[in-house]
Design a protein around this ligand. Sequence first.
Ligand SMILES: *[C@@H]1O[C@H](CO)[C@@H](O)[C@H](O)[C@H]1NC(C)=O
Ligand SMILES: *[C@@H]1O[C@H](CO)[C@@H](O)[C@H](O)[C@H]1NC(C)=O
Ligand SMILES: *[C@@H]1O[C@H](CO)[C@@H](O)[C@H](O)[C@H]1NC(C)=O
Ligand SMILES: *[C@@H]1O[C@H](CO)[C@@H](O)[C@H](O)[C@H]1NC(C)=O
Length: 463
Amino acid sequence: MAVSEVSGSPLVMAFFTVLLTVFSTGSSNDQVPLVLWSSEGYTLPPQTPPAAGHIVSSSQLDSYLSSILSAAPQNVLVFLQDKLSVDDFTMFGGVFGNKQDSAFPFLESALRSSPSPLMLPALSWAGSTAVLGVLQQHLGIPPLYLDPSSLAQLRLNASVPTLLVIRLPYSTGTDMMSPKDALSGNDEVIGQVLNIMKAQAVPYTAIYTALKPSRVIHEVSVGVQSVGRSLLQAPAGPYAPVMFKEGDKTCILMWAETLTVSLLQDQKWNPHELGPQTFGQSPTVTLTGSFCNDTRSRLVLNYQNVLGFQNFRLIFSMSRSFYKVSARDWFTLDQVELEYDGQKATFNGSRNIYAPAEYSYRCESVTNFRYPLLVPRLPTDNATLWRVSFNDFQIQGFSVTGQDFAYASDCAGFFTPGIWMGLLTSLLMLLILTYGLHMITQLRTMDRFDDPKGPAISVPQTE
Ligand SMILES: *[C@@H]1O[C@H](CO)[C@@H](O)[C@H](O)[C@H]1NC(C)=O
Ligand SMILES: *[C@@H]1O[C@H](CO)[C@@H](O)[C@H](O)[C@H]1NC(C)=O
Ligand SMILES: *[C@@H]1O[C@H](CO)[C@@H](O)[C@H](O)[C@H]1NC(C)=O
Ligand SMILES: *[C@@H]1O[C@H](CO)[C@@H](O)[C@H](O)[C@H]1NC(C)=O
C-alpha cells in the first residue's frame, strides 16, 4: 500500500489511520514473520536479532530496514503473501524444522547462499502492513506490483533503485489446495524471480513476508485468562472428556461431539457413532494400551462389537518436539489408527494437526474426506475402506494439568469470509483513492507508458 505516497493528504491519512485502528483492535497478538536476505556476495550490516518471543513493532522494523537499506542493494524485491505464520516454516520447512520434504527449497537455498539473512519470527501485524510504506520512504520510489511473468521483460539497473512487489496467494482448507502445496507453489515463484535477477546480474535485497497471519494462535494473557477459559476450555457438551491417567496424573484429554467411523461394505458406507460408548452417561470404552511420557502420548480407545468386529480400537498417537525457529514446543497428532480384529487402518495427521505443546488442539471437523486433515498412510492402506469424522474435536496429549483442557488452539482461521469481504472492500476503496492521488502527482511521468510499441517496461524513477 502506497502509504507515504498519500501522506500529503490529511483526509486520506486519517482514513487510513482509522482503518488500521479498527482492524488492529483486539488483534495485537497476531504476528507475521519477515525474512530478509541479499543476493550472494552482498553482506548486510549486522543486526541484533530480536530476543526469542519479542514482537517487532513497526518502529523497530523501520530502524532495522533503515540500517539495512543504507548498505544493501537498492533493488528490493518484496514477496508479499496473503497469509503466513512462523508455524508454516515450522511445519513445512526444511532448514527451519529439520524436515526432509521442505515446502521452501528455493527460499532456503537463497538464505543459505546469502551471507547475512535476517529472520524476524514475529513482526506485529500492523508492522507488516507498513512494510511497503517504510521501504518506499527509504528508497524514495513507489512500489511496482509485478506479475512474475512480466518480470522477465523488465530491464533492471543496479544503480537505479527499484521496489518490486510480487503478490503470492495462500489457500487453506476451504479449497482443495493444501497450505503446503500453496507454499511450495509460491516457493517456486520465488525461485523463478531470483533466477531472473541472477540472469540479469543485478544485486538485490529480498523480503518475504505476509499481509496477515495464516493462523491465529491466541496467547493467553493473565488478564483475559478467566474469560478465555470459560469460553474455550470447558468441553462443549454435558459429558466429561476421556481422561487417561499415567499413575495418578492425568496426561491425555480428548473430547468430541461425535466420533463417527464408517466402513465401505458392498459399495455403501456403513456408519457407526462411537460417541455414546465414549462419552455417555455410562461409557463402555476402556483405555488399555494407552501411555504417555514427555515426548509421546498414545490414547487407545477399546470398544466391543463395532460394525461386526468383536474388538475395535481407535488409537490417537501424538508427539511433542521443539522447533528452533519458533523457539517453542509443539505437539502434533501424528496418526489415527483403527484396529479391528487384527486388521489395521492407519491415517497420518501429516502435520495438519498441531498446536503449541502447552495448549490443546481444537477443530470443528477432523475427517479423512471432505477437506481431509487425515490421509491414509499408504495408498493401499485399509484406511481407504474407512471414513472417520470427528466433530467438535478437542485433544491434548501434553502439559495436562488437572481435569480441564488448556487453552485451545483452533484449526480454523480467525477471519470469517464476512470480515474479509468488509476489509477488502475498504482496502479497495482506499486503493482507488490512493491510486487517484498517485496518478495526479505522477501525471508528468505518465507519457512513458503511452507508447505501446516502445521498448520493454522500464521501472519509473521518481523522486
Ligand atoms: C544505469 O543507470 C545509470 C544512471 O541512470 C546509467 O548511467 C547507466 O547507463 C545505466 N546502465 C544500464 C546498463 O542501463
Ligand atoms: C517416550 O516413549 C517413547 C515410546 O515408547 C520412547 O521412544 C521415548 O524414549 C520415551 N521418552 C522419554 C523421555 O521417556
Ligand atoms: C487390510 O485388509 C485386508 C482385507 O480386509 C486384510 O487381509 C489385510 O491384512 C489388511 N491389512 C492390514 C495392514 O491390516
Ligand atoms: C505417513 O507417515 C509414514 C511414517 O511417518 C510415512 O512413511 C508415510 O509416507 C506417510 N504417508 C503419507 C501419505 O504422508
